[in-house]
Design a protein around this ligand. Structure first.
Ligand SMILES: *Cc1c(COP(=O)(O)O)cnc(C)c1O
Length: 428
């Protein structure tokens, strides 16, 4: 049988639910057949039909130094020759913990795990164990992995308890998770007024990247910090996406906040299955074996994944790395916004470091309700035309975009030229 995306997808669906190992890859939101990647290099992907795409997904943000980075490959190859997993402590784990702690100083102690989901799940358990309180507050449209207690959708009433967002998660399991609107100081205040001594933690994305790209207001950040402090509630900053993405010290450096606990994933493993959570030593030391909050992992701190992450963390500290990354992102967003304006298409965009988001609306959304107002049909049409021309944006209106240090002005110019032609077509 001919090796085409179509054939592989049809075959994959016989053996893998939906043909994919993570739902968004299925193109469910935009329709059509996903392409199957055979290889990646620098800023592009090549599918099984040998078509090349400029990649603005970058493994959902995990890749920041470019695909198949030769320096990373060299280090990882060396590490592989020394064995894959030992089940004992290694010096590498110490090195990456020190490096993380240096770059994100609020993470005095760090524990390594294998996915963002696992990191969040563990941090939430730790927050509850440490505070001996039950309630977790999260924000509508923020994603923190697929652990049971966080698969919750906002209810109809304000500051009520909410409904599970997945079958198999029962009301009892999400009974202590509250969902409120991002950027709503009023709802946050109301939640604390209603449950002054019961809130273990507030978990948030410091720039929301799982409802496209939504920036927090100054007042919102200030309220988060103050209300948590006043109520002895832990502030958990989920920087799985923003960590090392919006800047070297993550969003917490950018916004000058000092969360009690921080979650890292994606970039921290450089494209290998690795994530981390950490924070104040006094809190982290409630984890086993020192404390009685249990958490463990056979492959945690895997030497190959850690080598990949550590090498990536070294590369992003090279002089000029982030200014260049930010300049290229800015070029992309300004180019897209100008092109849209030229064709009179309502369009807005925002960006920080190597992360961006755009909307077919005149004004930037402030929360999930706003994001959902954007015309999805127009996005999907735009998406497929761009894809046809070899530009790979995230296959959903509710996802952010990313670049790597290998994206350059030429690549951006090509993208903008194509977008210009596609915007013209959108108007027709
Ligand atoms: C991707 C993501 C996660 C989940 O990480 P996985 O490695 O996919 O489990 C959690 N939080 C945020 C903010 C994310 O973007």
């Amino acid at each position: 049988m001919l090796k085409t995306n179509e054939n592989l997808f049809n075959n994959a669906k016989k053996y893998i639910p939906g043909g994919v190992n993570s739902p968004v890859r299925s193109f469910n939101a935009v329709g059509g057949t996903p392409f199957f990647t055979q290889e990646a290099k620098d800023h592009y992907l090549i599918d099984v039909e040998n078509k090349r795409y400029i990649d603005y997904v970058c493994s959902w943000g995990a890749n920041i130094v470019g695909h198949a980075n030769s320096h990373v490959i060299e280090q990882v190859t060396q590490a592989m020759s020394k064995g894959f997993s030992y089940g004992t402590p290694t010096e590498l784990e110490l090195q990456i913990a020190q490096e993380i702690s240096k770059l994100v100083p609020s993470m005095q102690n760090v524990r390594l795990v294998s996915s963002g989901t696992e990191a969040v799940m563990s941090a939430v358990r730790l927050a509850r164990g440490y505070t001996n309180k039950k309630i977790i507050i999260k924000f509508n449209g923020c994603y923190h992995g697929h652990s049971d207690s966080l698969l919750v959708r906002a209810g109809s009433g304000l500051v009520t308890f909410n409904n599970p967002s997945s079958r198999g998660v029962f009301e009892e399991v999400v009974k202590h998770t509250m969902v409120i609107e991002y950027n709503s100081v009023e709802e946050l205040q109301r939640a604390f007024n209603k449950h002054p001594n019961e809130i273990a933690a507030v978990i948030f994305e410091p720039i929301a990247g799982n409802m496209n790209f939504v920036r927090p207001s100054k007042e919102f950040l200030q309220a988060l910090v103050e209300l948590c402090e006043k109520n002895s509630t832990l502030l958990i900053c989920d920087e799985v996406m923003t960590g090392f993405r919006v800047g070297l010290g993550g969003a917490q450096e950018l916004f000058k906040i000092k969360p009690d606990l921080t979650i890292l994933g994606k970039i921290v493993g450089g494209g290998m299955p690795m994530a981390a959570f950490g924070g104040r030593a006094e809190i982290m030391q409630h984890l086993a074996p020192l404390g009685d909050v249990y958490q463990a992992g056979t492959l945690s701190g895997n030497p190959i994944a850690v080598t990949c992450g550590l090498t990536t963390l070294k590369l992003i500290q090279e002089k000029g790395f982030y200014p260049k990354l930010a300049a290229v992102t800015k070029q992309l967003m300004q180019g897209l916004m100008h092109a849209a304006m030229k064709h009179n298409i309502p369009f807005s965009g925002d960006y920080e470091g190597g992360m961006f988001g755009f909307f077919f609306t005149s004004n930037l959304p402030r929360n999930f309700i706003d994001v959902k107002q954007a015309p999805i049909v127009r996005f999907n049409y735009f998406y497929h035309l761009m894809l046809q021309h070899g530009i790979f944006f995230a296959p959903s209106m509710f996802e952010a975009g990313f670049i790597t240090s290998k994206h350059n002005i030429d690549v951006i110019n090509t993208t903008v030229e194509i977008a210009d032609a596609v915007f013209r077509q959108l108007k027709e």
